[in-house]
Design a protein around this ligand. Structure first.
Ligand SMILES: C[S@@+](CC[C@H](N)C(=O)[O-])C[C@H]1O[C@@H](n2cnc3c(N)ncnc32)[C@H](O)[C@@H]1O
Length: 228
């Protein structure tokens, strides 16, 4: 697989981690991370037990949505992918506090994770408020693009759901154009209410709260991976 060398994420670290956060990261990351060699990882070896499905969140930020989904569906294995180390540290703290067993973390660019996952292994994928990269010369950094959709099409099961949210309307149009141009996905919306309102089983994220508080509006797209 050829990997676009353009980076997608803004930064890997914000404020320097306090010594306690750094120690927590060093202690918990080996236990919860999808690490090791480049061989594909199966859900049973990741979670040490069978799981009823495998879901992936790309760019979980502070992890609010991932944690809420993991608590709502304890039988499902969740992989969260996030290169921003402060977010990973925060998530690991919550995982430990709440005794959550069904999250594993990939602390890097999701494109490095794709080859590690099995074909037709994912039942749901979330891309929530991905960086919109508004400048035209940066559009090639947008995570929703043909290459990502090709990878997800390979990794998602028949009928699996792809959920994408944004508050950036030009990116919302870009997302629709790209997903609808892909033969393997169909849009599940039947009317405007289906994408203007966040469904009840879709917990909010920190970025979304900030966008709504500052008067923005958000779209919540649900797509289905067509049957092979
Ligand atoms: C605007 S933030 C949104 C965070 C969170 N989803 C939310 O709604 O609060 C986008 C996140 O995507 C992450 N990200 C960007 N490119 C990524 C990539 N290639 N793989 C995984 N995560 C990525 C960034 O580090 C950032 O934390």
């Amino acid at each position: 697989m050829s990997v676009n060398t353009e980076r997608f994420y803004g930064r890997r670290q914000g404020k320097p981690l306090r010594p306690g956060q750094k120690a927590r990261l060093e202690r918990l990351l080996p236990r919860f991370s999808v690490a090791g060699n480049a061989a594909p990882v199966g859900p049973e070896e990741l979670f040490g037990r069978p799981v009823s499905d495998l879901w992936l969140e790309i760019g979980f930020g502070g992890g609010e949505h991932l944690l809420a989904q993991a608590e709502a569906y304890p039988d499902i294995g969740m992989i969260g992918c996030e290169p921003f180390i402060n977010g990973v540290s925060k998530l690991l703290g919550r995982i430990e506090e709440r005794g959550i067993e069904n999250i594993r973390v990939f602390c890097d660019d999701v494109r490095l994770l794709f080859p590690r996952l099995g074909e037709a292994s994912l039942g749901r994928v979330f891309i929530l408020f991905a960086d919109p990269w508004p400048k035209t010369r940066h559009h090639k950094r947008r995570i929703v693009n043909r290459a990502t959709l090709d990878a997800l099409s390979r990794l998602m099961k028949d009928g699996a759901e792809l959920r994408i949210a944004t508050d950036h309307m030009p990116y919302a149009r870009w997302i629709l154009q790209h997903v609808l141009a892909h033969a393997d996905f169909e849009w599940l919306a039947e009317g405007p209410e289906d994408w203007r309102r966040r469904p009840a089983d879709w917990p909010p994220t920190r970025y979304e709260r900030k966008a709504l508080q500052s008067g923005g509006r958000c779209v919540y797209y649900r797509f289905r991976r067509r049957n092979r």
